[in-house]
Structures are given as C-alpha cells and as structure tokens.
Ligand binder design. Structure first.
Ligand code: FES
Length: 130
C-alpha cells in the first residue's frame, strides 16, 4: 500500500524551507539513522542563547526532509533550551501527522538539532571535525 503523506509534508519535502549550509555556524550537528543510513546536518547561529538562524541538509527520504525543514521553522527564534525539548512527535504533529512506518524519519532532524545544541553548550562548533 502506498504511504499517505499529508499535503503539508509533501509541500515541505518538495519545497524545503531553510535548506542549505551556514558557513559561519555557531554549532553544527550531524546524525545518521542507523536503520536506513539517511542523515541530517543542522547548522545553527546562536546569539545570547537564541537560535537566530538555522539551516539543514538532509540526505534521505521525503519524510526526513520535510521533518527537518519544518523543525527549523519551529525552533528559529527560540532559546536553545526550548529547541532542545522539541520532540519528533511534535514535528510529526506540525506536519499534520506521519504514517506510522515513517515516524522514525522525524528523529534524524531532532537528534541532529540536539547534537548541534550540545556542541554549542560544550563550546565546540562540530565534535566530528578533526
Ligand atoms: Fe530513512 Fe526516512 S527512511 S529517514
């Protein structure tokens, strides 16, 4: 059976908002989904604990792209503490719901964002960099 996405999910998958790289990011975080290998990288610009700018790059399925994209809109302007608390369920709700089998796809963006925030809290831009 074909997977049913909401119109909003399809829109964000086809026209992702905030997609791309921020060269002078305050912090970045990258996470891969161990089940499928899809990955997301989040770039943050943080000033006074507020997320002033955020972009993402996702190499993955439509649900992962849409989830990561809408997540960037949900947390822009929030404090890093507020952003850290956003769950994959909240992301899926914002998209109008995700099919059960695609729920895990909203995780990569959330985890990449949390990793970037952890790097920011630890005073490093990217803990994967040599
Ligand atoms: Fe890999 Fe969706 S199938 S994130």
């Amino acid at each position: 059976m074909a997977i049913q996405f909401t119109a909003k999910t399809l829109d964000y998958a086809k026209n992702p908002r905030n997609q791309g790289e921020i060269e002078q990011a305050t912090a970045v975080g990258e996470v891969s989904n161990p089940d499928c290998g899809d990955s997301t990288k989040m770039y943050l610009v943080v000033e006074d604990n507020i997320i002033k700018d955020i972009k993402f790059e996702t190499f993955g399925c439509a649900a992962a792209v849409a989830s990561s994209s809408i997540l960037t809109e949900m947390v822009k302007g929030k404090t890093v503490d507020e952003a850290y608390q956003v769950t994959e369920g909240a992301v899926a709700d914002e998209l109008g719901g995700l099919p059960e089998k695609k729920m895990h796809c909203s995780m990569v963006g959330v985890e990449a964002l949390r990793k970037a925030i952890t790097n920011y809290r630890n005073g490093v831009v990217d803990d994967d960099e040599d």
